[in-house]
Design a protein around this ligand. Sequence first.
Ligand code: NDP
Ligand code: ZN
Length: 352
Amino acid sequence: MKGFAMLSIGNTGWIEKERPACGYLDAIVKPLAVAPCSSDVHTVWEGALGDRHDMILGHEAVGEVVEVGSLVKDFKPGDKVIVPAITPDWGSLESQGGFAMHSGGMLAGWKFSNFKDGVFAEFFHVNEADANLALMPAGMDVAEACMLADMVPTGFHGVELADIKFGDDVCIIGIGPVGLMGVAGAALRGASNLYAVGSRPTCIEAAKAYGATEIVNYRKGGIVEQIMDLTKGKGVDKVVIAGGTSEKTFGQALAILKPGGRIGNVNYLGSGENVLIPRLDWGCGMGHKIIAGGLMPGGRLRMEKLTSLVTSGRLDLSRLLTHKFNGFDHMEESLLLMKDKPKDLIKPVVII
Ligand code: NDP
Ligand code: ZN
């Protein structure tokens, strides 16, 4: 089969590989739509996972099941499925402890284009199909459904990590597709004043549509000054981080956070040895300002619940999709869009 791969750091291209084999509990899926992710960009151009060779990229897909293992109960060839980016081993001790995304080791629930080939291929393998696949509702748009693989669960997980409650004043730092789903999730969870930090006009418009009450443009002034001004010096109850840097962003988040507040980080921190936490803004270690960071959870139950937010009309995913392509020939073009982040981009998708 053909797959679009990372050939080495900074290089991508099409390669030929054996079609993956299906285990007893597993499924082989052929993609109907795939989306490149900022994480693919970190993998290829920043060498985030090290110097990988001929590794098929991609972890965001919806597809059609073509084969299932003999012990798979709930899925069969022909089923249209949403495939979460994170596909844990559900029998692991980490899963039993409530952290399935770390099954087999920290971050090891992330298997696609990490421990095995990813989804930018004619076929890909899904472990533990009954636990890791979700049926795509009939009539759901495949491009929108593809946003359920990673963007929705990750943005919403930022909201869970920050533990946003009714009436909280919230700041979402970063309003790419992940942060936008943070905005949508925070609004669904009952945030009152919802400050969204970003600069690209298309993302700003989408943030307003998803429920942001104020936009803070970090290129036009300091985040801390702007938020403290807007909140009349009080700061916010919760912060979700979905963009920014290891060096600056946590300091800004702590500076705008009230004592007792929580930060939920889902941003991938790709540079520097250390994350800088400013001592004074963290209350000299005694400010009850909790920092939580996490990888998106996978799991069929969660995916089905997130899917029903879309079918019930509570969550509109069409706004995320600014660039739609038809056919695998556009794989490279769509990945380069994610790398270059033009002003009119939120998220590209490739329909196969
Ligand atoms: P984007 O690059 O599309 O969005 C990043 C956002 O952060 C943009 O709004 C950008 O603003 C803003 N930003 C950039 N620099 C700064 C800064 N210095 N201060 C404040 N805001 C800034 O990324 P995605 O939405 O695709 O992904 C966000 C992150 O989530 C990535 O790091 C990705 O790897 C990670 N991720 C994590 C997952 C998880 O499970 N935890 C899963 C998937 C992704 P501007 O408008 O100027 O572009
Ligand atoms: Zn992704």
